[in-house]
Design a binder for this molecule. Sequence first.
Ligand SMILES: *Cc1c(COP(=O)(O)O)cnc(C)c1O
Length: 493
Amino acid sequence: MQYTSTRDKNVSVTPSEAILTGLAPDGGLFVPETIPSLEKSLDELKDLSYQEVAYEVLKLYLTDYTEAELKDCINKAYDEKFDTELIAPLVKADSTYFLELFHGATIAFKDMALSILPHLLTTAAKKNQADKEIVILAATSGDTGKAAMAGFADVAGTRIIVFYPKDGVSKVQEMQMLTQKGDNVDVVAITGNFDHAQSGVKEMFENQELAAEMAAAGYQFSSANSINIGRLVPQIAYYVYAYAKLLKEEEITLGEPLDVVVPTGNFGNILAAYLAKEMGVPIGKLICASNENKVLYDFFTSGTYDRNRDFILTSSPSMDILISSNLERLLYFVSGNSAQATKGFMEELKQQGSYSVTPEMQAKMADFIGGYATEAQTAEEIKAVYENTGYVMDTHTAVAAYVGDEYRRRHPEANKQLVISTASPFKFVKSVMSAIDNKFADVDEFALLEKLVQVSQTEMPQAIKEIIDAKTLHDIVCAPEKMEATVKEILSV
Ligand SMILES: *Cc1c(COP(=O)(O)O)cnc(C)c1O
């Protein structure tokens, strides 16, 4: 299996090269030349562990890794860092299934991919005889940063620098990042929003002069953002796993279509669902849930992507995004693998901030349903589900649950629904508790954590216990246009 670029059909690299470099030299994203099919039937997969299912998926995409290498990466990633052997447990509340992807080290779904990426990357470096220190640059809307730092902390041969929007993350998210230990980790607050952080990082990747300067100093950039194929591929595994487990528990019958509802930001998670469907998992609709930054809702309803609008800070900050990078990969697939067409759209996006796809492309995206929840609807959903079922959701999951419920109100005949639960409510405790009862709106975030333990009748996650008394270790702040200078300063280049 070779990987090509969404913007240049002449690019052809091995899976490990794609993981190592993160982004194609032309600024495009790496995509597999063909989407493989699952080798085992879902009936066979239903008795496998998470690790075994992950292997069945990874081996089809990462064909230049040996079986031993892949299994070693998988076993190092999905171990006791997760607080349940199931890794991704399913919870049923009312008639909805929630796939909880927040049982890893940093209690958000980014752990599903970022606990394995460092191992895939260091293995790729060995395979390709890379002799330079790998510098991971990551832009984060809060969750990627911590998960990437936790994954890469003290991994030999790597350094990591994370950029986050100073006023765009929750208090818990910020504390998690600022207290991260490790000699090779740095975190920088930028005085801008997530899109500034993401564009700044992308510009550094595309800057060939900077790459040469870095190479002379013994460094090579790579990416931990979901533009790296090494993050996307491991995410396919939990869709296969969830379907297989629902089958095992006789909640669904073999072949029964299952709609998935995904709280979406950069479009990585839902793209993994699309790939799982293409590989043979009977997924019905791919319901793409947005918060008030509803650029994707508008795209799926009109065929026009338009980022010319105000950036809104919401209570689901990991979805506060106007440029969903991974949508580029979907455009590539539904344009019939046309790098030329995809490149054109991306140029329009860069120059005018918008583009419109063809009716043929729209028809190929008919399984995608866009929806969104306002801030008030998100809060109401948290409260209603808690009151009706006792289940406490975080704000991101609540956006999806609301959009899923809305869809079923309009389509009573719809398939069963799997809502992707992307963060622990402890991570967004203030918004969650104020939604349940607005008397909590003025209470200190840390004081609310104990209250949430009582309300949700769950234990305080380890990740929260760790930050309560931890020391702040990082304090760099910079303007978005100073990101490159800051990287050079950190690396003494
Ligand atoms: C990153 C994130 C999302 C968005 O996922 P994408 O793959 O970027 O679409 C949703 N919820 C949470 C909690 C996240 O951390």
